[in-house]
Design a protein around this ligand. Structure first.
Ligand SMILES: NC(=O)c1ccc[n+]([C@@H]2O[C@H](COP(=O)([O-])OP(=O)(O)OC[C@H]3O[C@@H](n4cnc5c(N)ncnc54)[C@H](O)[C@@H]3O)[C@@H](O)[C@H]2O)c1
Length: 365
């Protein structure tokens, strides 16, 4: 078994430790030192699926402390937050109480919001259980809620006081959820450089099979890349915006398909789009675009080809939170490994031409 490691993330909101420690969700021995730190003064908000799948977990040993949470985009709302406020009140949560949040990005966002606002801020730990949350969302201090028909439109900056990652937890995820997390890793490794990409591509089958050593290695490596960006620009005013690579098109594809395409897989297709946009401008070479496309293909292989109308996709592309005001679209592109640029002068016509060349989506609907 790969040895576990802990690293610190520097944050204006208070530095926090991230530990990647296989089996800490299920093994009493692995969990013991962390639970000892809490000295009994904690409650657990648990994704109800995990609470069921891992009912023997040492984190759920005291059932009276466990608050099950049904994690869906419909509960990642103020209603979901209120449900947690009620549970905190019933369990007599105090300022000294730590909330342990066990689940993926939906549970993290909803419980994180509740923790940041209840009693003007509770301490909270996050034990992410999806590959996406382990490899990406668990660090970076962003917390978002859905409101009305808009996704992620409410939010705040707030970070978990501690992140505890058990890479073995992703073993029970369906394959497309694991592929979704792999796409966020693809993003950061293209950003890091050719060597990181090659090491990741070599581990891809093992990641998709949830092999513990490969997950431990690549999750840790991916988080260390993200750490570099968020420590330099935690509040998303400059360099961190490059992490939006693949996301403008990805978000538009998610919205157009009413979230039938999982987030990460939409981002994977968005990465192809961004690379081809650079190639269309004569910057990215086929030597870069082709191997990344090959990985995208391996990730989205089992996804039915989404059928979308270009007009709908363009509408959502223009609505991205980070769009440029005016007639141009903003797209972060990669010209090569480790060579990213935020373009703010993409015309709808140019975007349409590039999108028409993608064989991962069907624009004839
Ligand atoms: N705050 C951020 O920085 C940030 C970043 C990226 C994404 N997000 C948000 O994260 C959400 C997506 O989160 P996600 O992809 O982690 O998934 P999720 O939390 O939506 O969970 C997906 C499904 O998997 C189940 N599940 C969770 N862990 C499991 C496991 N180990 N085994 C079996 N089933 C499991 C859940 O019950 C749920 O049904 C989106 O709402 C997105 O907006 C937030």
């Amino acid at each position: 078994m790969t040895a576990y490691r802990t690293f610190e993330v520097a944050s204006a909101l208070g530095d926090y430790a991230v530990s990647v420690h296989p089996s800490l969700l299920t093994s009493a021995e692995a969990a013991r030192p962390y639970l000892a730190e809490l000295a009994g003064d904690y409650v657990v908000v648990a994704d109800s699926r995990i609470a069921e799948l891992c009912s023997d977990s040492p984190w759920f040993a005291d059932k009276s402390k466990v608050i099950p949470f049904v994690a869906t985009e419909a509960t990642k709302t103020l209603d979901g937050v209120q449900e947690l406020y009620r549970a905190f009140t019933d369990l007599k949560v105090r300022r000294s109480t730590t909330v342990v949040v066990v689940g993926g990005g939906v549970t993290q966002d909803t419980a994180g919001f509740a923790c940041q606002t209840f009693l003007r801020g509770l301490k909270w730990w996050h034990l992410p259980t999806t590959l996406l949350a382990q490899a990406d969302s668990s660090i970076g201090a962003k917390i978002c809620l859905n409101f009305s028909t808009s996704k992620n439109i409410l939010g705040l900056f707030g970070r978990a006081d501690r992140v505890l990652i058990d890479p073995q937890a992703v073993g029970s995820l369906p394959r497309n959820q694991r592929a979704s997390g792999c796409a966020e890793l693809l993003k950061v490794f293209v950003m890091r450089g050719a060597d990181a990409f090659t090491a990741y591509a070599a581990d891809l089958d093992a990641l998709l099979d949830a092999e513990s050593d490969a997950c431990t290695r690549q999750i840790t490596a991916g988080l260390l890349v993200k750490k570099g960006y968020i420590e330099e620009d935690e509040f998303d005013r400059g360099k961190r915006q490059l992490l939006n690579y693949g996301h403008e098109f990805g978000h538009a594809l998610e919205a157009t398909t009413h979230f039938q395409v999982p987030h990460g897989l939409a981002v994977a297709i968005g990465i192809s789009f961004a690379n081809r946009l650079s190639q269309h401008r004569g910057r990215a070479s086929a030597d870069f675009v082709a191997p990344v496309d090959e990985v995208v293909y391996r990730l989205v292989r089992d996804l039915p080809t989404p059928q979308v109308r270009w007009a709908d996709l363009l509408h959502h592309l223009g609505q991205d939170k980070k769009k440029q005001v005016g007639k141009y679209l903003t797209v972060v592109v990669a010209h090569g490994f480790g060579d990213l640029e935020k373009l703010t002068d993409v015309t709808p016509g140019e975007a349409a031409e590039v999108a028409a060349g993608l064989d991962r989506i069907d624009l004839s609907a």
